[in-house]
Design a protein around this ligand. Structure first.
Ligand SMILES: [Fe+2]
Length: 412
């Protein structure tokens, strides 16, 4: 199953740039006016060329590269328009639908971001904070009316597609609340215990064997060491533990943080995979410039019918000098894998046996002999390299980020 993932576009009109400093308001205040802030996006709706507008450039790039085949879902992980500007939001949602159409993707869906719902009271006097989303055309966040009622009424909806379920979770339900926690809820999002129970019941009673969970806010630290903030959803650990305890493999996608990363929640069996998507176009938060690239991603995975485990790859592209290109080494490399079924020890022994008998192992031949090479994470690659050298005297040459491998006996 293949997902085209676009997150945190933060699109704006250039009209917003023309507001004077004194007319701007900050999130959490109720003053009238615009706010563009230091993390505004770089997609301007007035730019209609693919060189100037990276969202428009996505389908053109994928078609030119021949990568527009068999994508099952286009999913947007929230923050389509910076500061919930109605016209921009409508236009970007329409544009995402157009992209799905251009790429023959039959399913488009999304989750609400904190920038997609009105947080200033003055903006929702005639409806709820999410009334702009409820009135979008085509309907948001998916076409099916029953699932839409689930999403807007129960804060989650489950799309079942064969063996795999996609759970869309709304973490913005308390945005617009005007109490003391207003700014906190805007930043961290919210998941209630009731929502956790509802999702648990849906997953455990479903015939689907694996689940993709999509939400805007992050349920835990994005990176165990580099993310030192505690700005994640307060109930996030309970949510992730619930996913783990269902016994079904879960792959969680989120946006919001603008900090790309991929990891497992913990070391326990059946730990959920967590992919923190990059922003398509936001300006880096202060202090994050070094590891920052604007990206989009394709998640491609399959469910093993015997083990009921998932294995796959995530591909990423960087926006560089007015065009998309395969991602380099900043933050997220072009290709990473996950979900290998064999142990590194078994893989090393297999590689060693082929190489020590004078066989060559590189290029496509390496994947033919050891299919799990496709599913190595970055950490796995380093660990396998070390194991081969120390235990089998085999040299492993890995082109990080493009998944090319070559193996040689050391005395060759
Ligand atoms: Fe964002």
């Amino acid at each position: 199953m293949k997902f085209l993932i676009i997150s945190d576009i933060h699109a704006m009109s250039k009209d917003l740039l023309n507001l004077t400093e004194s007319s701007q308001s900050k999130p959490g205040s109720s003053s009238i006016g615009g706010y563009n802030g230091s993390t505004r996006g770089s997609v301007y709706i007035e730019d209609r060329t693919t060189k100037a507008n990276r969202l428009l450039a996505v389908p053109e790039y994928l078609i030119d590269a021949g990568l527009n085949q068999d994508i099952d879902f286009l999913i947007c992980l929230g923050d389509m328009a910076h500061q919930c500007k109605r016209g921009v939001l409508q236009l970007i949602w329409q544009q995402l639908n157009d992209i799905a159409n251009d790429l023959s993707i039959s399913n488009i869906c999304a989750v609400s971001g904190n920038h997609d719902v009105a947080s200033h009271e003055v903006d929702f006097q005639n409806g709820s904070p999410d009334s702009i989303l409820k009135n979008l055309r085509p309907p948001f966040p998916m076409a099916d009316p029953e699932l839409r009622r689930d999403y807007h009424g129960n804060q989650f909806a489950v799309i079942e597609e064969g063996d795999v379920g996609l759970v869309l979770v709304d973490t913005t339900s308390l945005i617009g609340y005007q109490g003391q926690r207003k700014a906190d809820l805007w930043n961290k999002g919210f998941i209630s215990n009731e929502l956790i129970s509802g999702i648990r019941a849906s997953i455990t009673s479903s015939d689907c064997s694996a689940f993709v969970i999509a939400m805007h806010h992050h349920p835990t630290r994005v990176h165990k060491l580099q993310d030192v903030e505690t700005d994640y959803i307060e109930n996030g650990d309970n949510f992730l533990t619930m996913l783990q305890d269902t016994g079904k493999p879960c792959f969680l996608l989120h946006g919001h943080k603008h900090f790309v990363n991929f990891r497992r929640y913990n070391e326990r069996q059946n730990s959920p995979w967590i992919f923190s998507a990059s922003s398509l176009a936001a300006t880096p938060y202060p202090g994050m410039q070094e590891r920052y690239k604007c990206q989009f991603h394709i998640l491609d995975f399959a469910l093993n019918p015997n083990t009921k485990e998932i294995s796959g790859q995530i591909a990423s592209w960087d926006w560089v000098a007015g065009q998309w290109e395969k991602a380099g080494s900043t933050g997220m490399t072009h290709l990473i894998g996950f979900g290998r079924q064999s142990s590194l020890k078994d893989m090393a022994e297999k590689i060693s046996s082929v190489v020590s008998e004078g066989g060559t192992l590189r290029g496509k031949g390496a994947f033919d002999e050891v299919p799990d090479l496709r599913y190595l994470t970055q950490d796995d690659i380093f660990d396998l390299q070390k194991l081969l050298k120390e235990t089998h005297s085999v040299e492993m040459i890995a082109s990080h980020g493009v998944q090319k491998f070559a193996f040689y006996a050391e005395d060759d």
